[in-house]
Ligand binder design. Structure first.
Ligand SMILES: [Zn+2]
Length: 516
């Protein structure tokens, strides 16, 4: 039986269009999901939308539509974006769906029945945009919301509370005894420090609006958005119906989240799961933020980058490659148009595109499109290429397994450069002039198509469209259906003598930059 692997993105908030930061997070998750599938895992990859809350209700009212009508339009754009970005999610969960309402209410009911949810009075400082209550000492230096730095207001309401305090010690113990649980380590240390200050019980219902999941048996309350949202990871597995998906995929292997919501995932979520007697996820991975041209992205600065426009202009794979290559997972990264264009021109058009184009052109020109047989060729340069190839595959696997996606891209591209250099070292155009060197020529071209075959498999999690194109141009569809290629095929499959390649087509056109 295949080993299960469950990975999630956060469910995104449909208050506006998605920006490049969302595309970054979802591309990371997609690349990991695709790699795991390639490596033979049975993968479940979930993304979705977090649709409830006062803010959505207010925006909808201001536009004269119902909250559901409002989010329907935005969620359709989310789905369109993920399709255009080649995101391979297995499910898309909307928190407004009935399956989620029922699951959430079941959680609430069970936790209340065991005495871990009680009714009380909440007086607190509330930030409406963040839908978060804050205590006095959490506010920033101006007395504003510590997350968004907008003013908070004092609010008092009857509310249900979840006894988080009861579970603080167990969560702390879990974090301490599972070093991999919160990654990167800097986030882990922050969370330990946070819990060690002591956890207060969490207010988990609201009465000031009604766009949310009604509290069972007390429908004037709706369930607090974070309590509602986190449960999505379990709803999607069919928990209520005792679906085999739940048995197979829970606990999740990775909840990939932005660093600003690590706290909710590594503290509130474990407390909810402990109260439900359910196992905790194996890892919460907090990725960094994208800054735009060196500046934090925000609507007020007008520097929000629309990923849909970027895909229109450069294609999904170029965007995916840039995001994976340019940013070390866990750290903040910079997005700039110049840097994107420079990566496309140098890494994609020049290095990868040329390697493919030169190789296929030479096979067409010198060998009529056939990968010809050879024997008795064993030059130093061939051995060096072969050992570099094996070392590349070993490093690539290790880096992908440990989610060092940027390093994995560097590893692939250094092999792309190595293979280009091999062309210069062997000078096939000279070999072609000398009939005595027919075998050397055949060996050179064989080694090059083999390099490209290996490269096309290695880039497939990151660049699904490009890898498929290379596979096709190499004529490999007749050898193995691209969709059935597995990670072990990197080593197990070889191109056979007499193999016919297809017509070369340009992978990435060079982008001309206007000189200013
Ligand atoms: Zn705020």
């Amino acid at each position: 039986m295949k080993q299960p692997f469950y990975i999630t993105t956060p469910i995104y908030y449909p208050s506006a269009k998605l920006h490049i930061g969302h595309a970054y997070c979802t591309t990371l998750a997609d690349t990991i999901a695709r790699f795991k599938r390639l490596a033979g895992y049975d993968v479940f990859f979930l993304t979705g939308s977090d649709e409830h809350g006062q803010k959505i209700q207010r925006i909808a009212e201001s536009q004269g539509v119902t909250p559901l009508e409002y989010v329907d339009g935005i969620v359709a754009m989310f789905k369109e974006l993920w399709k255009r970005l080649e995101i391979s999610n297995d499910d898309f969960l909307r928190t407004s769906e009935e399956r989620h309402h029922l699951t959430c209410q079941e959680f609430f009911r069970r936790i209340r029945d065991k005495g871990d949810i009680y009714k009380g009075e909440y007086v607190g400082l509330y930030c409406t945009p963040c839908e978060s209550y804050w205590t006095e000492h959490q506010l920033d230096e101006n007395g504003n919301c510590p997350d968004c730095h907008r003013p908070v207001e004092k609010v008092s309401e009857e509310a249900y509370f979840f006894k988080m305090s009861k579970y603080a010690d167990r969560v702390l113990e879990y974090i301490k005894s599972n070093p991999e649980f919160i990654q990167p380590t800097s986030r882990r240390n922050e969370m330990i420090a946070f819990i060690e200050q002591g956890l207060e019980d969490l207010c988990i219902s609201r009465t000031t609006f009604n766009w949310g999941i009604p509290v069972p048996d007390d429908p004037k309350h709706v369930i607090y958005v974070w309590f509602d949202a986190l449960i999505n990871y379990i709803t999607a597995l069919g928990f209520l119906n005792h679906d085999e998906k739940f048995e197979k995929f829970w606990p999740a292997d990775i909840h990939l989240v932005g660093k600003e919501i690590v706290r909710f995932h590594s503290i509130i979520w474990p407390c909810i799961l402990l109260a439900m007697d359910l196992p905790l996820p194996k890892q919460i991975y907090g990725h960094g933020w994208l800054v735009i041209e060196g500046d934090k992205m925000s609507k007020s600065k007008g520097n929000v980058v629309d990923p849909m426009l970027l895909i229109d202009e450069f294609g999904a794979d170029a965007i995916r490659y840039f995001l994976l290559r340019e940013i070390n997972l866990g750290q903040d990264g910079n997005f700039s148009r110049d840097a994107l264009i420079s990566r496309i021109n140098s890494d994609l058009a020049n290095d990868l595109g040329n390697l493919l184009h030169r190789t296929l052109n030479m096979i067409n020109k010198f060998q009529k499109g056939i990968v010809e047989e050879f024997s008795g060729v064993n030059r130093d340069v061939d051995q060096s290429l072969e050992s570099d190839k094996l070392e590349t595959i070993r490093k690539y696997r290790a880096e992908m397994e440990s989610m060092k996606l940027s390093d994995a891209m560097k590893t692939i591209w250094s092999f792309v450069s190595r293979s280009n250099k091999y062309i210069d070292e062997t000078a096939p155009w000279k070999l072609a002039k000398n009939p005595d060197q027919k075998s050397e020529l055949a060996a050179t071209l064989y080694n090059l198509v083999e390099s490209l075959r290996v490269i096309s498999i290695m880039i497939s999690p990151a660049m699904p469209l490009t890898s498929r194109k290379i596979w096709k141009q190499l004529g490999l569809d007749s050898t193995k259906n691209f969709d059935e290629v597995q990670l072990d095929d990197i080593e197990n499959l070889r191109i056979e003598f007499g193999h016919r390649i297809e017509k070369p087509e340009q992978l990435f056109p060079r982008i001309e930059v206007e000189k200013s």
